[in-house]
Design a protein around this ligand. Sequence first.
Ligand SMILES: CC(C)(COP(=O)(O)OP(=O)(O)OC[C@H]1O[C@@H](n2cnc3c(N)ncnc32)[C@H](O)[C@@H]1O)[C@@H](O)C(=O)NCCC(=O)NCCS
Ligand SMILES: Nc1ncnc2c1ncn2[C@@H]1O[C@H](COP(=O)(O)OP(=O)(O)OP(=O)(O)O)[C@@H](O)[C@H]1O
Length: 198
Amino acid sequence: MTKIIGLTGGIGSGKTTIANYFQSFGIPVYIADDEARKIMRSSEIIAAIKNTFGEAIFESGILNREKLAKIVFNEPEKLELLNNIVHPAVKKHFEHWLLQYKKIHYVIYEAAILFESGGYKNCDFIITVTAPVDKRIQRVIERDKTTRELVLKRINAQWTDEKRISKSDFVIENISLENAKLEVYRILKILKIKQKHS
Ligand SMILES: CC(C)(COP(=O)(O)OP(=O)(O)OC[C@H]1O[C@@H](n2cnc3c(N)ncnc32)[C@H](O)[C@@H]1O)[C@@H](O)C(=O)NCCC(=O)NCCS
Ligand SMILES: Nc1ncnc2c1ncn2[C@@H]1O[C@H](COP(=O)(O)OP(=O)(O)OP(=O)(O)O)[C@@H](O)[C@H]1O
């Protein structure tokens, strides 16, 4: 039975970077953000988003993600409406994705809001990636050419590191990439031991 390793952490903590390290060891990785982005281009989800948020956030039929972000990260109840549209579709897509890995011991499910979305309930182990908030903010500003204010709005829509750590099996402090790689290797060795005795 394939075991699911949940990989989470706040915006800019380095989840995707670390997910890629696990992938380099041959572990299949499901990046929820990327899959959600694709799912949100399906006619069914577009119709649901239009029905809930109106047509003004669409231009020539294409969702303006920035406009939708401005709504949902300023109004928590609107974010919940969006989550309730997208997350069930992501869950269904992940369950289908998983079918191809029946013979694989471990897969990684990477999601920024693994806990907030309830996705952690399907995970056998959970890894939380942490980094000092200011480093995270700076990384996202550089990566997304965004502003401190907008990054903080997303941080405020997510759990704190303390809360995540309290429910995690492993924590990777992603200060340096070298340390992060060592931590990935350490966790894999522990999991291999667990796998042998399971
Ligand atoms: C509001 C949207 C359109 C903004 O799109 P944008 O391209 O700016 O951001 P993107 O989706 O790439 O997310 C970037 C980061 O924002 C944060 N974030 C995204 N969604 C959420 C959320 N629902 N709650 C808290 N933080 C979130 C995460 O740290 C994520 O890694 C988009 O974030 C969205 O649709 N979110 C709701 C669906 C969702 O939860 N997707 C995440 C994976 S399932
Ligand atoms: N240890 C590090 N040192 C410097 N830069 C880093 C480090 N780890 C990640 N980064 C960079 O910081 C940015 C955020 O990393 P990444 O995209 O992996 O974070 P994330 O947790 O997946 O973010 P999001 O929640 O937005 O998807 C990227 O540009 C990445 O290259």
